[in-house]
Every structure is written in structure tokens, then in C-alpha cells.
Design a protein around this ligand. Structure first.
Ligand code: ZN
Length: 196
């Protein structure tokens, strides 16, 4: 549903035509200044179950995140990373709380800084990424971007949801009319019992 292929093609570069290795794991640590100087592009997978902060935010996950990172130096001499990621996450439906598959993708532009105080000098288009001792932890970068790209709320289509519209109406009848039915725990529990 996302136009990730198109959006990433536009960044181009000769490295883009290297043979893709979609089954390889993204390296966890890299030397980003060297990669930027050589305008390297790396592509790989990150196992979602390794990302504990993502699990805290979005629940247990399986599968991989597909990541493409193009390192470079811009006209102002800033070392940057143009990135794209895509993953299918299992996110809890806000109405019935049952996880549903949700495709998430993100394009991002990172500016490397050696000190947090330098982050303010980056233009607003760049998210700062801290490089310490010439090393960058790519798993942390990917996890941060994934968390930023999480949708605020997701809902099943009404026909697929474990809480039907009628259940919401009947369980909230008698309560003040326009309370938010999605957060009524009894409606959710009764619906789950009924469907399982
Ligand atoms: Zn639902």
C-alpha cells in the first residue's frame, strides 16, 4: 500500500545497482563516516523480536523489518543517511484489542553528529543521529524509526472486528450516551468470549 519502491529509487546512485541480498541481516554496528565517504548503500533485514522497545510500544512481534540505508555527504559537507524501512507489524485493534497485521513504512533523513550539542545545527529536514567513536548502532536507529512510524490507532474493518457494532451499542446502552465504547473493557471481554 506504500509507494516505498518509487520513493527510494529517486535517491539513485551507482551503488543502487548492486545485487540485492534481501535475506541478509542488517549489520548491527557500522562505521558511518567511512560509509558516507564511499557513498555506500546497505540493505538488510532486522528481526523484529530483537527490538525490545518496539515490543514495549506495540506488543510482541515476529518477522523482519526490511531496511535500506544510503550513506553520503551533501553539498554542505554534512554526512547523512537516507533511509527507508518497511515491516508488517501485529498491532492491537483499538476496539477489540486483538492484534492485526499492519504494514508500516518510513522514509527518513538522518544527519550524523558527534555530539548532542551539534544536533541543533542540523536543518529541520534532518533527524540527528549520534555517532560515538566513529561507530553507529544501526539496530537502535531502525528501532527508533519504527517506533516513530507506528500509527496512532488501528482498527479492524467492522466486519472483521471481534467487537461488533451491535455489541458496542448493547454494552454501552444505559451508560451516558456518548462515552467511548472502544475503551469499555466489558464489551471487549464479552466479545472475545463470544467469538472463541
Ligand atoms: Zn477489532
Amino acid at each position: 500500500m506504500q509507494k516505498y519502491t518509487d520513493s527510494f529509487d529517486s535517491s539513485g546512485g551507482s551503488a543502487y545497482h548492486c545485487a540485492p541480498m534481501l535475506t541478509s541481516q542488517l549489520p548491527s554496528r557500522v562505521e558511518p563516516y567511512k560509509l558516507a565517504a564511499r557513498h555506500e548503500r546497505i540493505e538488510g533485514l532486522v528481526a523484529l523480536d530483537k527490538l525490545s522497545r518496539l515490543t514495549e510500544e506495540a506488543g510482541a512481534q515476529t518477522g523482519d523489518c526490511h531496511v535500506v540505508l544510503a550513506f553520503g555527504v551533501d553539498a554542505q559537507g554534512r554526512r547523512e543517511i537516507r533511509g527507508h524501512l518497511q515491516a508488517t507489524l501485529a498491532l492491537a485493534c483499538r476496539r477489540c484489542l486483538v492484534p492485526m497485521p499492519q504494514q508500516v513504512s518510513s522514509d527518513f533523513l538522518l544527519g550524523m553528529v558527534t555530539d548532542e550539542s551539534l544536533a541543533a545545527e542540523l536543518p529541520a529536514s534532518h533527524e540527528p543521529v549520534l555517532v560515538e567513536k566513529e561507530q553507529l548502532d544501526l539496530l537502535t536507529v531502525v528501532e527508533d524509526e519504527l517506533i516513530l512510524s507506528l500509527p496512532q490507532v488501528v482498527y479492524h474493518d467492522e466486519a472483521d472486528c471481534y467487537v461488533s457494532a451491535e455489541q458496542l451499542v448493547s454494552k454501552t446502552a444505559g451508560a451516558a450516551s456518548d462515552t467511548t465504547p472502544a475503551t469499555n473493557p466489558f464489551a471487549v471481554l464479552n466479545a472475545l468470549k463470544g467469538k472463541k
